[in-house]
Design a protein around this ligand. Sequence first.
Ligand code: NAD
Length: 415
Amino acid sequence: MVKLNPFEVVQKQLDKCAEILKLDPDIRAILGVPMRELHVSLPIRMDDGSIKVFQGYRVQYNDARGPMKGGIRFHPDETIDTVRALAAWMTWKCSLLDLPLGGAKGGVVCNPTKMSQGELERLSRAYIQGVRQFIGPDKDIPAPDVYTNPKIMAWMADEYSKIVGKSQFGVITGKPPCLGGSAGRSDATARGGLYTVREAAKECNINLKEATVAIQGYGNAGYNAALLCKTLLGCKIVAVSDSKGGIFSKEGLQPEAVREHKAKTGSVINFPGAKLISNEELLELEVDILFPAALENVITDKNASNIKAKIVAELANGPTIPEADDILCKNGVHVIPDFLCNAGGVTCSYFEMVQNFYMYYWDEKEIHERLDKRMSFAYHSVLNTSKKYNINMRQAAYVIAVERVVEAMKLRGWV
Ligand code: NAD
């Protein structure tokens, strides 16, 4: 993977948007930096009796449009600049989906795959202790991201409730349903992405029932994308991967069987009957739809011209660097940009917030219908803007999102 600073990518994308919108340089300067950020050191008692100090972050990027929202990532390669970039993308994502929310993001530098459940619980609780004054149901509402899950959200909601002395589950989303989690949240990111792919397929004249799919990353986003692509859209999943490598099958893979294999062996690799491929090879396969659903900076100026997919649906945040964007666009690849494609997660998290405030819960069918409506509307707004201004899909998404944030900043008298 290319080592590129994702916050530099944010700046380049923002510069392009500022140029298209002819943004006032003072406004561009405000949009280029987070409003606030907190760095916390988290000493944790490990199972062997030693104490290890973990580094944690919470970046609050912009709250012009409302309370801030963004996941918490546990990852060994986490850096403050990655968290800043993800917080910026959350700001644009919430705005693009027209959610009344700003953007934030959190992270802890750790390797959860090498930690026990007890160590993870102590770390999750310590993180909430560390950021407690920053967050709240109407202030900043975290959620899951890479290597964090509903169980971790439950520990975090519990810790915050203990601190404030009452049940305040609305401080966090992506919770298990019995603690105020929303129906439909577990696959919302992938499902939302699929709604945009369904609309994109019409635009690109692709028959989804005959379409082939490759997916990089087999976690929450990647696995659910595989499952729903097969069951909802009728596509054939020919390749998937995780951090250890990838697998390919011309005949098609059964998503649940691959998941069971990963649960048993720790990886998708060595799945019976499938050919071993690298993550790099997976990206360059001759497929109709490619889902990067792992980490950032995987589509670069080095491999972009080898991408043969007709649609690149960015479930991961920041998988494509700006130079690669130009190449994909020139080659006619239809890119559904990250903060549109993966916005189903935060949209369902927003539904979860509404239900928590409301103390009344919708069923799964209602969640799916509401999600479909918002995702499809956002996709077509981006497509129309891209056609109207003759700009690519990512630039169009930026134009819509940034314009709305700037409007809120102006109305609030910030600029
Ligand atoms: P996850 O932790 O559930 O899964 C991550 C997957 O990526 C795992 O299969 C892991 O093995 C794989 N992976 C890690 N490093 C890799 C590497 N170097 N090469 C290939 N695969 C690698 O995480 P997730 O929630 O599925 O998130 C995946 C992406 O989707 C991230 O970019 C995240 O920010 C984005 N995203 C997730 C959500 C959500 O609700 N889960 C919402 C929006 C965006």
